[in-house]
Design a protein around this ligand. Structure first.
Ligand code: NAP
Ligand code: MG
Length: 509
């Protein structure tokens, strides 16, 4: 092949050289071997506009309360400590719940629904003003690409506040013919994959219905919730209406078992969901559980293949696969198996893995060392059980927690990787011959949170999705959310719905 040498003037973007000097063909071939992605200059989101404290106390009764113990929260992309946060003990939880009860009795349950709505609107608007700051902190603390936190997490979170602000004075329309009232103190526990968004899903409907809140962030991602506490202060929300604490599983269980929490909303693993269900059984607490998933993404032979490939990519590699509704089981019709593998392999090469604050990054850092170990263990089981592994060959940063986008072929239904939630960028591919077989395989799981169906025929979409036992089924798209759409699971994916008018039901009597 004829080789080209660089022109005298090197092509630049914002002053940085696009290609290194020398033989361009050689360079491209070399990098294509590792990663066929186009070579982009870095485009790092400047964290100068964020303000973070070095130490966060607990946000209780509208004030920052010191506690006895603090722990580090780190940036999983470089393992550096970002800040220290308070560990809420049983005493702190008691203080927070009592503050919430007092705020419920004295203020929140007494003011008019319209007034409550105004506060929620105010919270939404302040988050909107600080959207960029929230996005950067979310990416630093959790490892997700900033293009996702900026384009998905933050806009969706504030959209939920706007949406439920609108419902606050219209509960009679949400529940026609029923005389509904608030419950009291809601204890809310959230995971690390969408911290701000999960908080919005829970806080907004709770407040709209007249309840007060004690919410605990996950151990590895407490920071955007503390920024949210600053928003509550700026919005002049009455003291004690929202209390934000950090801690571990034990802190969570103190919230669940406190006699004054009358509603528990939990998002997390099925394992912990089962513990909470046992702990609340026989009490007067209302419970909703949003748990794990192992969604089937079904691609029929008449599907628009290129669009489906993008759906597969966003279904599993979005947020490093740290998504409860990730399309982690791909069911491909046998007749198109080869073309799907080929296109997927090609597309995998162009995924950019790296710095979450780089706007070009597609796949960021794995949230924690523990999560990385869990992913590695399940991937190892896939290999030893006989599935065939395909991985992107991209380079990974030296520091931090990383996992290459991966997919498995020759997966059997009995394999662990076909049954257990991996919660990482790992796709298991199975094949089917007939629509009936696709449905049977899709439903062959303990979970039932979500699924995807790709086909050109509307009738096939309706026929298939009416038989799939999952709370959310996307057709010819994947991972799309809207505050007006309820979200929740079947079977071991939990019960109750968040989002939409249905999301109000959990917060009223
Ligand atoms: P997890 O281990 O169950 O933790 C979730 C939350 O519960 C964390 O705040 C955790 O604190 C706390 N916790 C742990 N043990 C507890 C206990 N005994 N009592 C009360 N709280 C306790 O789940 P995760 O690993 O953080 O999150 C990943 C899981 O969440 C996945 O299974 C995923 O599918 C699921 N998820 C589901 C949805 C949905 O809407 N269905 C959405 C997002 C995630 P620590 O952080 O200290 O452990
Ligand atoms: Mg962190």
């Amino acid at each position: 092949m004829k080789t080209r040498t660089l022109p005298f003037k090197k092509p630049t973007v914002n002053g940085s050289i696009l290609f290194p000097p020398g033989n361009v063909t050689e360079y491209i071939e070399k990098t294509e071997k590792k990663n066929s992605a186009w070579v982009y200059s870095k485009s790092i989101e400047d964290p100068k506009h964020i303000s973070l404290k070095q130490k966060y106390d607990l946000f209780i009764n509208g004030k920052w309360i010191k506690t006895n113990k603090y722990f580090d929260t780190i940036n999983p992309s470089n393992e550096k400590v970002i800040a220290q946060v308070g560990y809420a003990s049983v005493k702190d939880v008691d203080l927070a719940v009592k503050a919430a009860q007092k705020a419920y009795d004295k203020v929140w349950n007494r003011i008019s629904p319209k007034e409550r709505g105004k506060y929620i609107y105010r919270i939404a608007r302040i988050i909107q003003e600080k959207a960029r700051e929230f996005a950067v902190i979310e990416s630093m603390d959790g490892g997700k690409p900033v293009k996702e936190s900026k384009g998905i997490d933050v806009p969706l979170a504030l959209a939920h506040f706007f949406y439920y602000a609108g419902w606050a004075d219209k509960l009679d329309y949400a529940f026609p013919g029923k005389n509904v009232s608030s419950i009291g103190v809601a204890g809310q526990i959230i995971p690390w994959n969408f911290p701000l968004l999960m908080a919005a899903w829970k806080i907004a409907p709770a407040l709209a219905c007249g309840n007060t809140v004690v919410i605990k962030s996950a151990e590895t991602t407490p920071l955007t919730l503390f920024k949210l506490a600053e928003v509550m202060q700026e919005a002049e929300l009455p003291d004690g209406v929202v209390n934000i604490i950090s801690g571990d599983g034990q802190t969570g269980s103190f919230i669940v078992n406190h006699p004054l929490t009358k509603k528990i909303a939990f998002t997390g693993s099925t394992e912990v969901g089962k513990i909470i269900m046992r702990q609340t059984a026989g009490t007067d607490k209302k419970l909703t559980l949003e748990l794990g998933g192992k969604a089937a993404n079904i691609i029929f032979e008449d599907a628009p293949i290129d669009a489906a490939i993008e759906g597969i990519i966003s279904g599993i590699y979005f947020n490093q696969g740290h998504v409860c509704c990730a399309g982690s089981r791909l069911l491909v019709q046998e007749s198109i198996k080869n073309i799907v593998f080929k296109k997927l392999t090609h597309r995998l090469k162009s995924l950019r893995v790296g710095d979450p604050l780089d706007k070009n990054t597609d796949v960021g850092a794995i949230n924690s060392k523990m999560q990385l170990e869990k992913i590695k263990l399940l991937v190892k089981s896939g290999i030893s059980e006989g599935a065939v592994i395909h991985q992107s060959e991209c380079e990974l940063p030296d520091k931090g927690y990383w996992f290459r986008p991966t997919f498995f072929t020759e997966v059997a239904q009995s394999h662990r990787i076909a049954n257990e939630e991996i919660f990482g960028p790992v796709l298991s591919i199975l094949t089917f011959r007939t629509p009936a077989e696709a449905v049977e395989k899709a439903n062959n799981t303990f979970y039932g949170l979500s699924a995807g169906v790709w086909t050109d025929k509307g009738s096939k979409i309706f026929k298939t999705l009416s038989k799939i036992r999952a709370g959310v089924v996307w057709s010819n798209t994947y991972n799309k959310f809207n505050p007006a759409s309820p979200f929740g699971g079947y079977k071991e994916s939990g019960f109750g719905r968040e989002g939409g008018r249905q999301g109000l039901e959990a917060y009223v009597k």
